[in-house]
Design a protein around this ligand. Structure first.
Ligand code: LLP
Length: 430
């Protein structure tokens, strides 16, 4: 039986969270047990939630020549990469570090695509040495540099050009990437010339086309518009003799942070396939690069209330996690739901709190104007923190990086030890 907290905002879709016997569980594990074993702050992830999210993609791609390439930047912890590698995913990487991480968990390099506007020549060489599947090239100077590296190595680099379709993803400006003003990709109108150049270079083997219009997209329309533009281009390119093997459609599907209702991955792909089939391009290989929608709602951060500071204008609930651990609120004014893991049933009054961390910045808030019944010592869960939290965390204010725990059924295990104080300066000298 699921009973709800005193003031339920419903728990995010796909999180594998429920309230049972007055406390919050992830899968079958009461989060109080994770806190007892590992303290706080700590990130906790549900394996089942990740596999469920992946299953929606697998369902949507079923019967097609199509692959999921998990976008490593969303959460690059090894145990998480291993889950996706074991489940048959390829990877979308953006750096040497991400390449070495996925190779470390045994990924097949052929199923790795390398995105990003600023690949260094060293990164290009390394990726070629390991035989990665494709470079998603974002500019002509990058194409030229990759050609030079490949020629010097006596090989050909497999390439997709990332085309910027100039579609408004209707998301936060910092995570919108498909508009003309963004730094990403090659302009749609320059695509034909760029492909002709790529085809003429001895170190380049043209394989496909790539696009990615943004992140936390909750509407279907921007995806359909982008697909239309990309497919039109594929048809135009074939007309001039440039045949592409694959279409990499990027990532970007949003999640439920505060009641958003993005399309399910399978429903989105059903709609996309109609566009593909209408142009007779269903025989091509398709790729998608989801990050957030695979891990975002699978994770949360447990944090303990340190002090309650009530004031004339604002009440502050000061917790032990901060903007260095959970950077999204400070960076994008992002909303993460915050709930008690053992909602109080006593007479503690409910108040409106700004939930803030110990970092010395006014921007260090995790949630504003939240209705909570809490006391010092209570443990809160910052929800929907599986994506772009640990992977974006820093050690600002000399706060060591957090531990991470993976829940699987009724078991849980530590997948990353909390950094020690000595780890803060292990590579420094006086
Ligand atoms: N492919 C490429 C080329 C990307 O740039 C990204 C994300 C993805 C795939 C994965 O997108 P997703 O499915 O996760 O939306 N830190 C921001 C999000 C930045 C996304 C950057 N690119 C945030 O916390 O909201």
């Amino acid at each position: 039986m699921t009973d709800l907290p005193m003031h339920p905002t419903s728990l995010p879709a796909g999180s594998c969270l429920s309230y049972q016997n007055g406390e919050l569980r992830m899968e079958s594990v009461p989060l109080s047990q994770v806190f007892a074993a590992h303290g706080s702050p700590v990130f906790v992830y549900s394996k089942a939630a990740m596999l469920q999210a992946l299953a929606a993609y697998q369902q949507g791609l079923q019967g097609r020549r199509a692959h999921v390439h998990y976008a490593v930047k969303a959460n690059s912890s090894l145990a998480i990469l291993k889950i996706f590698a074991d489940a048959g995913c390829g990877f979308d990487i953006v750096s040497e570090g991400e390449l070495m991480r996925v190779l470390h968990v045994g990924a097949n390099p052929q199923h790795v695509v390398f995105s990003g506007v600023g690949k260094t020549q060293r990164e290009m060489r390394l990726a070629l040495q390991h035989g990665i599947g494709c470079f998603n090239v974002e500019s002509l100077p990058e194409l030229q540099a990759l050609n030079d590296v490949a020629v010097a190595m006596g090989t050909k680099a497999p390439v997709s050009l990332r085309i910027n379709p100039n579609v408004d993803a209707q998301t936060h400006p910092y995570i919108s990437t498909g508009l003309k003003d963004n730094k990403f990709g090659i302009a749609h109108e320059d695509a034909l010339k760029a492909y002709q150049l790529a085809n003429s270079l001895p170190g380049i083997r043209v394989r496909g086309i790539d696009c990615h219009i943004g992140s936390q997209i909750t509407q279907t329309t921007p995806f359909l518009d982008a697909m239309d533009k990309i497919l039109d281009l594929v048809v135009d390119l074939e007309a001039v003799g440039i045949a592409l093997e694959h279409i990499d459609f990027g990532g970007g599907l949003g999640i439920d942070y505060k009641g958003e209702t993005p399309p399910a991955a399978d429903a989105l792909w059903q709609a996309l396939w109609q566009r593909v089939d209408a142009r007779g391009l269903g025989h091509k290989t398709f790729m998608t690069e989801p990050g957030r929608s695979l891990v975002g709602n699978a994770g949360l951060c447990l944090t303990q209330v340190l002090y309650l500071k009530e004031g004339a204008h604002k009440n502050f609930c000061i917790v032990d996690a901060a903007m260095n651990d959970l950077p999204r609120p400070a960076m994008y004014q992002a909303y993460h739901q915050i709930v008690a893991i053992q909602p109080r049933t006593d007479h503690t009054p409910e108040r409106t709190w700004d939930v803030v961390g110990p970092v010395c910045e006014s921007g260090d808030w995790l949630g504003r104007d939240r209705q909570l019944q809490c006391q010092p010592g209570d443990v809160l869960a910052v929800l929907s923190a599986g994506a772009y939290s640990m992977s974006m965390a820093s050690e600002y204010n000399s706060r060591p990086k957090l531990a991470e725990v993976l829940v699987d059924g009724d078991q849980f295990r530590c997948i990353r030890q909390r950094n020690t104080i000595q780890d803060l300066w292990y590579n420094e000298s006086t």
